[in-house]
Design a protein around this ligand. Structure first.
Ligand code: MF3
Ligand code: CO
Ligand code: CO
Length: 268
C-alpha cells in the first residue's frame, strides 16, 4: 500500500486477539496452498480469482480486496513488469512469466495477508534471480527484527540485500499494520526511511513485510487507467513476497507460513 500517516499508534493485541490473528493467517496460507497447483501455463488470472473467491466463501470467510476502495476483484495478480495491484482478468499465464498472487482474507473479522511470486514453467535467468532476491529480501527483513526493534531495521536489512544482488527496492508501496483493519499503522517501508526509526515493534503488534524488488530502476508509474495496476517505470520485471507477522515476547511469529510453498532458505 501507499505510505500511511505516521505517528498514529498501532493496536497492541492481547492473547485472545492473537489467537484470532493466527487463525486468519493460517487460513490465508491454506488458501495459497489451495490455489498453488492451479497457477500453470494456460490458466487465466480471472480463473485464479474465481477459484480463490469460491474456496474462501465455501469456508465461510470473506475476501478482503473485493470492494476495498472500490477494488473490483478478490485477489491481485501482478504479472512480469507489474509491481502490485494487478487486476485478474482475461490474461492467460504463459511459460516464462512471473506472477505475484496476493491474497487477503477476513476470518471472523480479522485479516490475513500474504503473497508469493510464482515462476511459470522455465523462466529467464534474470527472472529467477529477481524472484530469489525478493524472497530472500523478505526473509532477511523478518530475521532483522526482535521485540522492541525499530521498523527501520527491516528497511536496512532489505536495502542491503538488494544492493548486494544488484536489485532495486520499490519505495512507493510499503508493508502495513493489520488486524481488524486491512491497513493501519505502522507503515513498513522496505528501505531505511528515517521516520520509521520512530516506530517500535512492541510485542503484540501485527504487520506485514512485503518487499517489491525490480530488475531495473526502483521507479514505478502511477496506477494505469484501470485505477489500480502499477508497473515499473522502465518496464523491467518486478517481484514481491509477503507474510503477516505477529511480534511476540519471544520474537517474530510468521502467521502465514504455507505447507507447500517455498520455505525460508528455498532455492528457486
Ligand atoms: N494485498 C495488498 C497488500 O498487501 C493490498 C491490495 S489492496 C487491493 O497490502 F485493493 F488492491 F486489493
Ligand atoms: Co499487505
Ligand atoms: Co497483500
Amino acid at each position: 500500500m501507499r505510505g500511511l500517516t505516521r505517528g498514529k499508534r498501532p493496536p497492541i493485541y492481547n492473547e485472545r486477539q492473537r489467537v484470532q490473528l493466527r487463525e486468519a493467517g493460517r487460513f490465508n496460507a491454506q488458501l495459497m496452498d489451495f490455489v498453488r497447483p492451479h497457477i500453470q501455463p494456460g490458466v487465466t488470472t480471472g480463473e485464479l480469482d474465481r477459484l480463490v473467491a469460491e474456496y474462501t466463501r465455501d469456508h465461510g470467510h470473506k475476501p478482503a480486496c473485493l470492494g476495498y476502495k472500490g477494488y473490483p476483484k478478490h485477489i491481485c495478480t501482478s504479472v512480469n513488469e507489474v509491481v502490485c495491484h494487478g487486476i485478474p482478468g482475461r490474461y492467460v499465464l504463459r511459460e516464462g512469466d512471473i506472477v505475484n498472487v496476493d491474497l487477503t482474507t477476513i476470518v471472523g473479522g480479522w485479516h490475513g495477508d500474504s503473497s508469493e511470486t510464482f515462476l511459470i514453467g522455465e523462466v529467464s535467468d534474470d527472472a529467477r534471480r529477481l524472484v530469489q532476491g525478493t524472497f530472500d529480501a523478505m526473509w532477511t527483513g523478518i530475521r532483522a527484527i526482535k521485540p522492541m526493534s525499530s521498523v527501520i531495521e527491516i528497511g536496512y536489512a532489505i536495502a542491503r540485500l538488494a544492493q548486494q544482488r544488484g536489485l532495486s527496492v520499490v519505495e512507493e508501496y510499503q508493508g502495513h499494520g493489520l488486524g481488524r483493519r486491512f491497513h493501519q499503522p505502522p507503515g513498513v517501508p522496505h528501505y531505511p526511511l528515517p521516520q520509521a526509526s520512530r516506530d517500535v515493534l512492541v510485542p503484540g503488534i501485527c504487520f506485514t513485510i512485503e518487499p517489491m524488488l525490480n530488475l531495473g530502476s526502483k521507479e514505478t508509474d502511477p496506477p494505469q487507467s484501470d485505477g489500480w495496476t502499477v508497473a515499473t517505470a522502465d518496464r523491467s520485471l518486478s517481484a514481491q513476497f509477503e507474510h503477516t507477522i505477529l511480534m511476540t515476547e519471544s520474537g517474530p511469529e510468521v502467521l502465514t507460513l504455507t505447507q507447500h510453498g517455498p520455505q525460508e532458505g528455498h532455492r528457486f
